[in-house]
Design a protein around this ligand. Structure first.
Ligand SMILES: [Zn+2]
Length: 633
C-alpha cells in the first residue's frame, strides 16, 4: 500500500477547487482547472467559461464565435485531502444509496446511475456524527451519471492505493456510451455545501437551488396524502378479481385507508405470474377478473374512496396484440430489440412518435373512471443508447424518460385536472418530482428500514412521498406492527398491501389506531416541516404551526423538545420507555399516554424540565397539551 500522509488544509473549509473537463464530438478536449468559489473568466482555445459565484457556482461555456457545439462528456474532477468519513452518499435515485453508506465500497470504483437509475447528481461525505463535511450537487439537466473515486483507488493488481493522502473523485456526465448533446451555451451550476447537520438537510438545500434555477412547480393535492391500500403483495396477480378488491376496500375504509390502487394484473397476467405469456402493453381489462372495470371503479367511489389504476407506459410484451403495430418504436440496443429481464420490450422514450402513442393511451385508461394512475416501470430500461432507426429528439435515455414524464403529467392534467399520479424512486428526481402527485419508495416488501431510506431520500426534495406498501404476517406482534407503522408515518404517507380479510382483530386495532392518528393530524403530517434532529436520523421532527410531532426510531434515547408549540406528540418507535429530553425552559403540560393500540393508558400533569426524562410507552404515543396546563381538567 502506497501512503504518503498530506498536511491537512486548515480552517478555511474543506473544499478548495475543482477541474472541469469536456470531450467534444469532434474529439477535442477542453480543460478548465482550479475553479474555485469565485468569479472567473477562463479560456481554452476558442471556448470561454464564465464562472459566477453565488448561492451556487454558475458555469456558462460557449464558443467565442457564438456557434453551436456538440458535447460528448462533461467531467467534474475533485481533489481533496483524504479523511476518514463516517458515511458516503453516492449519486442515486434514492433506491440504492443506503447500500453504499460504507466509504470503502466506493474506493477505486464507479457507481453508475444508468439503465433505470434516473437519479440526482448529488454526493455527500459525512463526519463521525454524520454531519456534512462536503456535499456536491450538479444543477443541470438529468442524465446518466458515473461517480468514480480514483483515490483511494486500485492498482493494476487490484490492490488498494491511496495517492499521496488525497481523496479524488469524479462526476462524469453522461455515463456509458451516451453523449450529452448540442449547445450554443452550455449552462450548469455546482452546489457546494460544507456545513449541514445531515445529508437530508444538504439534499434539501441542493433541491432548493435546483428549483430556483429550473422554476419547478408542485401541485399538491390533499388526496395525495390519504392512506392507501394496494393490491400488489397479498396474492399472485393471477388470483386478482373484483370481489377481493371490493372486500379489501370495505375493510380498508374501516381502518382509515382512503385510496385503493388496482395494481399490475388487471389486464391479464401480471409480472408475478407463472405464465410467460403476457399481454402487457394492450391494457384492456381481463374480463375473467374484472367483468366491468368501470363498475369496479364506481363501487370504490361509492365507498367514498379514491382509486388508482396501474400502468407501465413503456412496457410491451412480445405476445401483446399491439406488438406488431408498435415494434418500430421499441428500443434497440446494439442493433437488437431490447428486452428486460422481466421479458418485455420498451417503447423508446427518446422517440417523439413513441411518446405520442403513450400519451394517446391516457384517455382510454382514464375512461374506466379511476381517480388517477400508478405509473410504473420507467426503471426497467436498458443502459445503452437506442440504436433503432426511428426518430430521436433526446440524446440519452434518462432525458427521454424525463421528457415523457413531463408530457404524461401535462396530458393527464389536461384531461382530468384533479387526477392523481404515483411515480417511483428511480425516476422521481429533483427535476421530475413535480410531474406527479407523489413519489413512492421503491419496492421493499418485508424490509421496513430499506423502505424508510427509500422514502426519506425523496422527502428531502418532494412534498408528497408514499411508502412502499407495508406487508406483514401474523408472525408480527401487535407491538412490532405499531413500530412498522411509526416508521411509515415518519417517512411519508402510510400504505398497506395485505389481504385485510386475514388480519387479526388485534392487528386491525393497531392499524385503525395509527391510521386514525395520521388522519387526525393530517394537516401537520402533510404541511409540517420534516427534518432529522441529527445526522444519526433516529429522531425526526414534523413541525406544524401549533403542533409538533417527534418520532423516535431504532434505539433513540433522547430528543430536543420542539420550541414554541401548544401541542407535542411523541411517537415512540424505540424499545425505551423513558426518554431523555432537552427543553429550553421548564414547562407544565397535560400528558396523555397511549399504548400500541392507541388506547389511553395514563393521563397526568407533568412539569417538563431540561435534562429531564419523560415516560412514553414503547410502540405508543404521548400527547402533550401545553395549553391545558393552567386550567383545571
Ligand atoms: Zn429509440
Amino acid at each position: 500500500m502506497v501512503y504518503t500522509p498530506s498536511l491537512m488544509r486548515k480552517a478555511m473549509g474543506y473544499f478548495n477547487s475543482f477541474d472541469l473537463h469536456l470531450i467534444l464530438a469532434d474529439g477535442r478536449r477542453l480543460s478548465f482547472e482550479k475553479i474555485s468559489q469565485a468569479d472567473a473568466f477562463l479560456e481554452d482555445g476558442d471556448f470561454v467559461l464564465d464562472v459566477k459565484a453565488g448561492p451556487v457556482l454558475a458555469l456558462k461555456l460557449r464558443r467565442k464565435d457564438g456557434l453551436p457545439f456538440d458535447i460528448e462528456k462533461v467531467d467534474y474532477d475533485f481533489d481533496l485531502p483524504l479523511k476518514n468519513f463516517n458515511r458516503f452518499l453516492v449519486p442515486d435515485c434514492g433506491r440504492y444509496y443506503n447500500r453504499y453508506f460504507t466509504p470503502l465500497l466506493s474506493w477505486g470504483r464507479t457507481i453508475s446511475m444508468i439503465g433505470g437509475n434516473h437519479g440526482n447528481p448529488f454526493a455527500a461525505f459525512m463526519d463521525h456524527h454524520d454531519r456534512i463535511v462536503l456535499a456536491i450537487g450538479i444543477v443541470g439537466q438529468l442524465v446518466e451519471m458515473g461517480f468514480t473515486v480514483t483515490s483511494p483507488g486500485r492498482s493494476l493488481r487490484n490492490t488498494l492505493v491511496v495517492d499521496r493522502g488525497r481523496f479524488r473523485f469524479q462526476m462524469n456526465r453522461p455515463a456509458g456510451n451516451f453523449k450529452l448533446g448540442r449547445f450554443t451555451c452550455f449552462e450548469e451550476a455546482l452546489f457546494i455545501c460544507e456545513n449541514s447537520p445531515s445529508w437530508f438537510h444538504a439534499l434539501h438545500r441542493y433541491a432548493e437551488a435546483y428549483y430556483q434555477m429550473y422554476g419547478s412547480q408542485f401541485e399538491i393535492l390533499e388526496e395525495a396524502f390519504y392512506p392507501t391500500w394496494c393490491s400488489w403483495v397479498p396474492w399472485n396477480s393471477d388470483d386478482l378479481n373484483e370481489a377481493k378488491i371490493l372486500e379489501n376496500a370495505r375493510l380498508a375504509k374501516e381502518i382509515g385507508v382512503r385510496t385503493i390502487i388496482l395494481d399490475d394484473g388487471w389486464y391479464g397476467p401480471g409480472c408475478d405470474s407463472a405464465s410467460l405469456e403476457s399481454n402487457m402493453g394492450d391494457y384492456r381489462p381481463d374480463v375473467r377478473k374484472f367483468p366491468d372495470l368501470s363498475g369496479t371503479a364506481e363501487k370504490i367511489r361509492l365507498l367514498g374512496m379514491k382509486s388508482l389504476l396501474w400502468v407501465a407506459p413503456l412496457a410491451v410484451s412480445p405476445e401483446a396484440e399491439c406488438y406488431q403495430q408498435v415494434k418500430g418504436l421499441l428500443m434497440e440496443e446494439k442493433g437488437r430489440t431490447w428486452k428486460s429481464p422481466s421479458g418485455f420490450h420498451d417503447l423508446c422514450p427518446c422517440c417523439p412518435q413513441a411518446r405520442q402513442l403513450i400519451l394517446d393511451k391516457i384517455p382510454e385508461l382514464l375512461a374506466y373512471g379511476f381517480d388517477g394512475l400508478k405509473v410504473d416501470l420507467y426503471n426497467n430500461i436498458g443502459s445503452e443508447p437506442c440504436t433503432a432507426g426511428h426518430n430521436h429528439d433526446c440524446t440519452t435515455t434518462t432525458q427521454g424518460v424525463m421528457r415523457l414524464m413531463k408530457e404524461y403529467w401535462q396530458r393527464l392534467k389536461a384531461i382530468k385536472p384533479d387526477a392523481l399520479m404515483e411515480s417511483k424512486n428511480n425516476y422521481g428526481n429533483v427535476y421530475s418530482a413535480q410531474f406527479g402527485s407523489m413519489i413512492r419508495g421503491g419496492d421493499s416488501p418485508y424490509d421496513i428500514n430499506n423502505n424508510f431510506w427509500n422514502c426519506i431520500y425523496p422527502r428531502a426534495y418532494s412534498p408528497v412521498v408514499h411508502n412502499d406498501y407495508l406487508c406483514w404476517t401474523s408472525a408480527e406482534s401487535d407491538h412490532d406492527l405499531a413500530i412498522l407503522l411509526i416508521k411509515q408515518i415518519t417517512a411519508g404517507v402510510p400504505t398497506l398491501s395485505v389481504d385485510l380479510a386475514g388480519v387479526s382483530e388485534s392487528q386491525r386495532t393497531v392499524l385503525k389506531g395509527w391510521l386514525g392518528i395520521y388522519n387526525r393530524y393530517l394537516e401537520t403530517f402533510a404541511k409540517g416541516n420534516l427534518e432529522p434532529q441529527s445526522g444519526a436520523m433516529d429522531v425526526w421532527d414534523i413541525n406544524g404551526s401549533e403542533t409538533a410531532i417527534v418520532s423516535l426510531l431504532h434505539n433513540a434515547k433522547e430528543f430536543n423538545w420542539p420550541a414554541g408549540k401548544t401541542q407535542v406528540l411523541v411517537m415512540n418507535g424505540t424499545d425505551n420507555h423513558n426518554i431523555y429530553t432537552r427543553i429550553p425552559e421548564t414547562t407544565a403540560a397535560v400528558q396523555v399516554n397511549l399504548d400500541c393500540y392507541l388506547r389511553e393508558v395514563e393521563r397526568t400533569r407533568v412539569t417538563l424540565a431540561d435534562t429531564g426524562t419523560i415516560h412514553v410507552p414503547s410502540a405508543g404515543l404521548a400527547i402533550f397539551d401545553l395549553r391545558a396546563e393552567s386550567g383545571d381538567r
